[in-house]
Structure formats: C-alpha cells, structure tokens
Design a protein. Structure first.
Length: 95
C-alpha cells in the first residue's frame, strides 16, 4: 500500500539539520546512528530521489552491504518513481 510521504518526528529532525547544512555549507554531510524502522533511510532516499527529479543530468547509485539490501533499496526507488506522473518518471536500471 502506498501512502503520502508525511515526515515523522525523527524525519523532521533530520530534515531540519539537512536544510541548515545545505543553507550554510552548500552540501550535506550527516551521519545517522539509528535503530531500525525509524524512517531515516526512507527520508534520505526520498530527498535524493526528489533532487534527481529536480536537477537534469543528475544520477544516483545505490550501495548496500549485500545484494538483498540493495534490491530492497532499489524497490523503494522504483515505488517512488512509479507513483510520479508519467512525464516526471526517470529511467531506473538495476545492474
């Protein structure tokens, strides 16, 4: 089931730090020590997906500690992409 991407309290805190760093430095470098299922990975993934949509010529690579993890992350990108209007979708490759 797909639901609207509404930030939870942890994601709101990450977003505030993200936006502050971007404003002050022009780039973001955040290390998140986290428990599972807090939404940090989904937040970062969504933020990067949006950046790629908004910036022509940008590309993104996905890395994980194993193939299964990489597949799960790629599936999330595919879900984001599939829910976009047709004219905004990007070509996704899973090599």
């Amino acid at each position: 089931m797909v639901v609207p991407f509404v930030l939870n309290p942890i994601q709101v805190r990450i977003d505030a730090e993200w936006e502050q760093q971007l404003k002050e430095r022009g780039y973001v470098k955040i290390i998140i020590l986290k428990a599972r299922k807090m939404g940090a990975s989904t937040y970062v993934h969504g933020k990067m997906f949006l950046a790629i949509l908004e910036n022509s010529g940008w590309h993104c690579g996905i890395m994980a500690h194993d193939d299964a993890g990489c597949g799960l992350i790629f599936d999330r990108a595919k879900t984001f992409n599939d829910q976009m209007p047709q004219d905004m979708r990007r070509l996704l490759k899973n090599d």
